[in-house]
Design a protein around this ligand. Structure first.
Ligand code: NDP
Length: 333
């Protein structure tokens, strides 16, 4: 796969470039809004071409696909340009600032016959896939509830637009709740229906929330409890799925690394459940590349990105208004 990177970002540098190269990908160019940043990023990451011309970048005949990891408000226009140029698109979450834009991106990709995927890494992990399989195999009976613990401590290097700029898509809800929405959908195989929520700024957020808690109902009757934050240095992450016949307790699994522990607790006792420790980003990029060749689907496709955004938007609206929201999936319904 010949790639163009749109956005001189940390996530590209720290995770996705390595995944592309591990799979034999050829990164041909990086596009950024800033010429010095583009050039420095290209130099540091051994990318032959740096440009500030997004239009030229996405229509470069030498690339097959783009990876969009700019700030969130830029995803829509950049993805639409890439799709119009006939490129496959792997786009970071949240797909866009509004549901209508996200739907438009996915529909445009369908119309153009290109592959469009959302980089939800957690569903690519061995831990989450193992938990999903345990649930699907009935090992905990009927699912009663899912609790998601995703309160982290934002590293200094990421304390820019995320905590100061609502216009760039800052705030913990577009940043982390959107991932948790994808996790719930992936593990339980159903769509959140209604949400209640609270949010606050607890130390880092300047004009955006840095912490959120919400409760979601699912069509099966299961309930989901979700906690996200940028300000919790020692909380650790994890998830618990509780069913009529057992519970799955997973610690340290809401992360970019293939780490953590899973325990299955039933009437028979508590057992540790092993899982694959493959790289999450390699898995996601690999399934995207396979999908572009007509082999299977991306780990999270465009409609998955629409749905996770829909839930995150409902959580923010519920927190803003104090009123329970019914999740609107727009055209994805
Ligand atoms: P960064 O802040 O590192 O990069 C985002 C954009 O900010 C870059 O594209 C660049 O703009 C600009 N930028 C980078 N460095 C600087 C700087 N020193 N000064 C000013 N501007 C700078 O963000 P992330 O990499 O953390 O996030 C990018 C996207 O990826 C977001 O959509 C986020 O939600 C998503 N993400 C996804 C993760 C996942 O695991 N799926 C994890 C982390 C983030 P320009 O485009 O102009 O070069």
């Amino acid at each position: 796969m010949r790639w163009g990177l749109i956005g001189a970002s940390s996530i590209a540098e720290n995770h996705v470039i390595g995944a592309m190269r591990e799979l034999g990908g050829d990164i041909r160019l990086v596009a950024s809004s800033n010429p010095e940043r583009a050039a420095a990023f290209a130099r540091a990451n051994h990318i032959p071409r740096a440009t500030t011309d997004i239009g030229a970048a996405v229509s470069d005949a030498g690339i097959d696909a783009v990876y969009i990891s700019s700030t969130n408000e830029k995803h829509f226009a950049q993805a639409m340009a890439a799709i119009a140029a006939g490129k496959h698109v792997l786009c970071e979450k949240p797909l866009a600032m509004t549901l209508a834009e996200a739907v438009e991106m996915v529909r445009a990709a369908e119309g153009a016959g290109v592959t469009f995927a959302t980089n939800h890494h957690l569903r690519c992990s061995g831990s989450h896939r193992t938990i999903r399989d345990l649930i699907a195999a009935g090992r905990i009976g009927r699912v009663l509830s899912l609790r998601l613990f995703h309160a982290v401590h934002l590293p200094d290097s990421l304390r820019g637009w995320r905590i100061t700029d609502p216009g760039a898509g800052g705030g913990v809800i577009p940043d982390i709740t959107v991932h948790d929405a994808d996790v719930a959908r992936f593990l339980l195989g159903e769509e959140p229906q209604t949400v209640v929520a609270q949010m606050c700024a607890s130390g880092l957020g300047q004009g955006v929330e840095d912490s959120a808690m919400s409760v979601w109902t699912m069509p099966s009757g299961a309930m989901v409890m979700s906690h996200e934050s940028f300000t919790h240095p020692f909380a650790g992450s994890g998830l618990e799925v509780h069913g009529t016949e057992g519970s799955i307790l997973a610690t340290g699994v809401m992360t970019q690394q293939p780490v953590g522990e899973i325990a299955l607790v039933t009437a028979a006792g508590r057992v540790a459940v092993p899982f694959s420790d493959h790289n999450l980003y390699v898995q996601g990029v690999s399934e995207f590349v396979a999908a572009t060749a007509g082999n299977g689907r991306s780990a999270a496709n465009g409609w998955d990105g629409v749905a996770s955004l829909a839930v995150a938007l409902a959580v923010r609206e519920a927190a803003r208004t104090g009123v329970r929201q019914t999740v609107s999936y727009g055209a994805a319904e």
